[in-house]
Ligand binder design. Structure first.
Ligand code: ATP
Ligand code: MG
Length: 221
């Protein structure tokens, strides 16, 4: 479960807060679209949820843990339960596609044959099996985006945070990615997808849509 209570985030040297008095409750297993124009605060909200930023005021709770009270040494433990697809991918460019995905499983404690099996399974899902030995940095933007998704989903995390996960994809691949973020495939995980693409919003039935506008939140469904 995710809970934000009166969360305001001000960045140093910025007069205007990036997030303003946000209150939000996301029950386990819910699919949420986080929408809003560029600069509205979508990435900032996701960064608060994986502890990359602390709120200036208010509380951020993930699975009952108050991130403001979490000692930094415990942050890796929390992150192991999260799957994050970054807006800028953050792959290891010199490492192969296989190694990029394997690393997230290794961190989650998966080893040997189980690790290999799972890497190949998710790479097949994102249609990148043939590129598994290629350095990730040599792939196209859309291909790298799919590696980033495979890496995030491989350990079957309970919470998935995806920042513009279809930003570099053609409509067919975007549809494929969105299908991977719902239902059986993510096994009941809570999913937050930040996007400013309105065409995505119809792809997941029953999704909650929350809209950010200049750092303020409104719910739309
Ligand atoms: N590290 C930072 N330092 C200072 N200001 C920041 C930082 N990160 C974001 N901001 C500012 O906070 C506001 C919200 O940015 P954020 O990246 O959260 O928007 P976004 O909704 O994700 O936009 P986009 O759709 O372009 O990805 C913007 O005004 C941005 O300039
Ligand atoms: Mg963003």
């Amino acid at each position: 479960m995710i809970r934000l209570e009166g969360v305001t985030k001000k960045y140093l040297g910025r007069p205007d807060a990036a997030l303003k008095d946000i209150n939000l409750l996301v029950p386990p297993g819910e699919f949420v679209y986080l929408t809003g124009p560029s600069g509205a605060g979508k990435t900032t909200l996701l960064r608060l949820l994986f502890g990359a930023e602390l709120p200036t005021s208010g509380r951020v709770l993930v699975g009952g843990t108050d991130l403001g009270r979490l000692p930094p040494r415990k942050l890796p433990l929390l992150r192991r339960r999260l799957g994050v697809v970054f807006q800028d991918f953050r792959l290891l460019p010199q490492q192969s596609v296989f190694e990029n995905v394997a690393l997230s499983l290794h961190v989650a404690g998966v080893r040997d044959a189980a690790l290999v099996r799972r890497v190949l399974e998710v790479l097949a899902q994102v249609k990148l099996l043939e590129q598994s030995d290629v350095p990730a940095g040599t792939l196209s933007g859309g291909e790298q985006q799919r590696v980033a998704l495979a890496r995030a989903l491989a350990p079957s995390p309970g919470l998935i945070l995806a920042d513009e996960p279809t930003g570099n994809l053609d409509p067919d691949n975007a549809l494929m990615i969105m299908r991977m973020l719902v239902g059986d495939y993510v096994g009941g995980a809570t999913v937050l997808v930040a996007t400013h693409d309105p065409t995505l919003l119809s792809l997941v039935k029953g999704a909650k849509v929350i809209h950010l506008s200049s750092g303020r939140l409104e719910e739309r469904s």
